[in-house]
Design a binder for this molecule. Structure first.
Ligand SMILES: NC(=O)C1=CN([C@@H]2O[C@H](COP(=O)(O)OP(=O)(O)OC[C@H]3O[C@@H](n4cnc5c(N)ncnc54)[C@H](OP(=O)(O)O)[C@@H]3O)[C@@H](O)[C@H]2O)[C@H](O)CC1
Ligand SMILES: [K+]
Length: 567
């Protein structure tokens, strides 16, 4: 797990570092600008040479001069200050650089003003009004240093119009365009929520602009992994196949940010309210309870738990069978499918390795659950609303660790409070966007409103509120899956940037996820650990399988993922 920060947390760290006397704001800005230029040269090694010929393939630009040319768009705050540093360093590296400033140079904050002056001594600064399509198209690279973590309100039209064009540039699939590098955060995107504050101004048919590369400082920001910030429109990224890149450059304040297990966490230092802490489930598995996934040599099947996966009726059992297969592969000792009589034949012919028991109504289910060895239940995939309304209360009253998915959630759309009253701390709800809106319509509406102020209401906020209301863990699915516990503990399971897994968007993939989590519950994981580990493994499986993935492949590739983890 990796710590990710809100804009306020990052500001607090920066301030503490400056106030302690260990670094000046100006030095931090210099390191930030240097970080951007280093990241550019890492991403496009040809740019280091400062002069053409244009790299082949791909063609990054239209070159009509010897030197590479950068357009640097600077805003009125410290993000703009970083832009002036980048301009100077690129020029030192032999580039032609054109700088544009939004706003009044006299109003720049002190460190940005110093760097403005340093640049003024070596180059011109023009107003935003002078920017044209021709200028932007004639560059090898555009640097977006307009706004970073300080964005508070909708963008003025003048900036919106430039970003509108940049957006078309970045998103064009028909032409090779000069890449865009965002300093800290793509301008107009709120650093906490990943949502555009300026929605109406810039969004076009192809969506918000996606930089080829975003370079952020010290730690990634929460918004980098949420909502629009993770949309994947760019065809002009560092590597087209991989999609947009996010690079975190150190600026010397990292000792103040929790980086490794055992260190004090940022939240302990700056926010006594531990609930504000947010983890990122990224490439690193550090912090996940993976050792617990190994099976000790002396164990037998009952020492790894017994999961019950309830199925729907005839013709509707596929989803639950996928979940059951996931539960078995993730290591539950036994998995039993609870099947209504009309689906027995269908299930019996397709369940190698699984067991089956007859579960028609509430009485039969209560009887089944008298077996205390059944320690985890999955209910919802392919279940049907009627069956869910009858059986979910029985499952919940038996207080087993339980995953409620799909129909087990939607069936309570008219009376979510009824469901919340019966949930307990060992439950996990796994809604996708539509199911979330059925159970938490007010939170979904708030999330759907176009934000007019930053920090904007985010998927993290909504999931935390939902978990507190439901009194159990909520895993809000999507390409930006957010997992929250009632006490506010929260993580984002990222499937973006170097962990991009677009093939996961396939029918049945959510059923397998519910099965993974149920299997982990059966193995004794706590609800939050099971949700986090299940979601993380789910993405790892998709990455391990790659293109062509269908849901059935997810459980089958899990052994390979386990092997690579050294289990
Ligand atoms: N955190 C670090 O360790 C470092 C951060 N650096 C860089 O600094 C920015 C954050 O700088 P900050 O000055 O706080 O914020 P911004 O540059 O993003 O923007 C603030 C200014 O913009 C005005 N503003 C905000 N929204 C709008 C808008 N919609 N339209 C017009 N103007 C807007 C705001 O004005 P106010 O009236 O709201 O005060 C500010 O003037 C961070 O992202 C990093 O890039 C350091 O350089 C390195 C260390
Ligand atoms: K920016």
């Amino acid at each position: 797990m990796t710590e990710i920060l809100t804009a306020a947390q990052m500001r607090a760290i920066e301030l503490a570092a400056i106030e302690s006397g260990e670094v000046t704001g100006l030095e931090l800005m210099e390191r930030a600008g240097r970080g951007v230029v280093d990241a550019i040269f890492d991403a496009w090694p040809d740019f280091k040479t400062a002069r053409g010929p244009a790299p082949e393939p791909p063609k990054y630009f239209w070159q009509d001069e010897d030197a590479y040319k950068a357009i640097v768009l600077c805003g009125p705050g410290n993000n703009g200050g970083d832009g002036f540093v980048v301009a100077r360093l690129l020029r030192d590296a032999g580039w032609v650089v054109e700088v544009f400033l939004y706003g009044d140079a006299g109003q720049l904050p002190p460190d940005a003003k110093t760097n403005y002056q340093r640049w003024s001594e070596i180059g011109a600064i023009r107003a935003f009004a002078d920017i044209s399509e021709e200028i932007l198209n004639g560059a090898s690279l555009t640097i977006d240093a307009i706004f970073g973590t300080g964005l508070t309100r909708p963008l003025p039209d003048e900036i919106g119009n430039v970003l509108q064009f940049v957006s078309v540039q970045a998103n064009s699939r028909s032409k090779v365009r000069p890449p865009i590098v965002a300093v800290d955060v793509p301008s107009g995107i709120d650093a906490d929520s990943g949502r555009p504050i300026s929605h109406s101004v810039i969004e076009n048919d192809e969506g918000y602009y996606t930089p080829a590369l975003t370079v952020t400082f010290g730690a990634a920001k929460v918004g980098h992994f949420l909502d629009t910030c993770t949309s994947d429109y760019s065809c002009n990224s560092v590597s087209d196949r991989r999609g947009p890149s996010l690079v975190v450059k150190p600026i010397g304040v990292e000792h103040r940010i929790e980086v490794a297990a055992g260190n004090s966490r940022i939240v302990d230092l700056f926010e006594p309210d531990k609930a504000r802490h947010i983890d990122l489930l990224g490439r690193s598995s550090v912090g996940l309870n993976l050792l617990f996934l190994s099976k000790d040599r002396g164990g037998h099947k009952f020492s790894h738990g017994h999961a019950l996966v309830l199925t729907g009726g005839f013709g509707k059992t596929g989803a639950a069978r996928l979940a059951a297969r996931g539960a078995l592969r993730v290591g539950a000792g036994l998995v039993t499918l609870g099947v209504p009589p009309n689906a027995q034949m269908e299930v019996a012919s397709q369940i190698a390795g699984l067991m089956m028991t007859r579960v028609q109504g509430g009485e039969a289910l209560a009887e089944t659950l008298t077996d205390a060895r059944l320690n985890a239940v999955c209910v919802g995939p392919g279940f049907g609303h009627e069956r869910a309304r009858a059986l979910v209360p029985v499952v919940l009253s038996n207080k087993r660790a339980t995953v409620l998915d799909a129909d087990a959630l939607s069936a309570f759309a008219n009376a979510p409070e009824e469901l919340f009253e019966t949930l307990h701390e060992n439950c996990i709800l796994t809604p996708h966007k539509g199911e979330f809106a059925r159970l938490f319509p007010d939170l979904a509406n708030r999330l759907a409103e176009v934000p007019t102020r930053g920090p904007a209401y985010s998927k993290v906020d909504a999931t935390r509120e939902a978990a507190a209301r439901a009194g159990c863990v909520v895993l809000f699915k999507g390409p930006d899956t957010v997992i929250a516990a009632p006490d506010g503990k929260c993580s984002i399971n990222s499937a973006h940037y170097e962990r991009s897994a677009p093939w996961l968007a396939t029918a049945g993939s959510g059923d397998v996820l519910a099965g993974f989590i149920t299997g982990l519950l059966a193995r004794g994981f706590s609800a939050m650990d099971a949700a986090e580990t299940g979601a993380w493994l789910h993405v790892e499986c998709a990455i391990a399988f790659g293109p062509g993935l269908i849901a059935e492949d997810l459980p089958e590739i899990l052994p390979k993922v386990f092997c690579e983890l050294g289990l």
